[in-house]
Design a protein around this ligand. Structure first.
Ligand SMILES: [Zn+2]
Length: 244
């Protein structure tokens, strides 16, 4: 694969982002609505990849090998997406994994994504470790119902709040403190559409929650993402580079 010409494609719940990644920077960033079904998505991705010398793709949801087991907001259930794609992408991963690789840039950090849902991953020396579902950590037992069937999950507070309510900020802060307590990542970055919209209000709430809940002396920088919504595209290029 040449150093230039790698096409990264990030499939989201409503749009598909693509761009050519050159030395860690995204050029020719484009965005279009996501196709409404599997056949349409395959055609869409193949059209985007047609001119690429090498390409990679990330999708939201549970990815096992080349199959999308489940994806919130996309009509993909046990979809063998990878084997349907020609040319075959060099990288096919979950979008949060790709974004965490991009943000980490070879280093160690945790990325907490606060968007349509809440999820986090840890990268150690640039490699992403398996992780669980922090968005479904129960914050309060009598809280709002969650799409997972339980009540009071951190994510359920987010879904109720279009603007940063005290409850939503406390719930996200609680989840962030749990991540810091368990992972001790040194750096915690907040990304995703809600994190961007709420800005310093959310950053300050998370800093406060971590300071109150985690063992004093734990060194942690809480900061916004550096790459924003380009993180997954940059991460795909890095994954392709390290795979070849
Ligand atoms: Zn839940």
């Amino acid at each position: 694969m040449p150093a230039e010409g790698f096409l990264a494609v990030d499939v989201g719940g409503s749009s598909v982002k693509s761009g050519v990644v050159v030395e860690g920077r995204v050029e020719k960033l484009a965005r279009e609505p996501v196709a409404p079904d599997l056949g349409g998505l395959v055609a869409q991705l193949e059209r985007l990849a047609a001119q690429a010398e090498g390409w990679g793709v990330c999708v939201p949801g549970l990815v096992e090998g080349g199959t999308v087991r489940y994806a919130a907001n996309l009509p993909l259930r046990d979809a063998p997406l990878l084997e349907l794609l020609t040319p075959r992408p060099l990288v096919f991963v979950n979008d949060l994994v790709a974004a965490t690789v991009g943000e980490a840039a070879g280093g160690t950090l945790a990325l907490l994504q606060v968007g349509t849902g809440i999820a986090a991953r840890l990268a150690v020396d640039g490699k992403v470790l398996p992780g669980g579902e922090v968005g479904h950590l129960r914050f309060r037992g009598d809280g709002p119902p969650c799409r997972c069937g339980n009540r009071g999950c951190v994510e359920a507070y987010l879904r109720e709040a279009g603007s940063p309510t005290d409850d939503a900020l406390e719930a996200i802060g609680f989840a962030a403190a749990a991540l810091v307590a368990v992972w001790d990542p040194g750096t915690l970055r907040l990304g995703g559409g809600v994190a961007e919209a709420w800005g310093n209000v959310l950053l300050d709430a998370v800093r406060k929650a971590v300071a109150e809940r985690v063992l004093p002396g734990t060194a942690i920088n809480v900061e916004p993402t550096r790459l924003g919504d380009a993180a997954a595209l940059v991460g795909l290029a890095e994954l392709a580079r390290s795979a070849t």
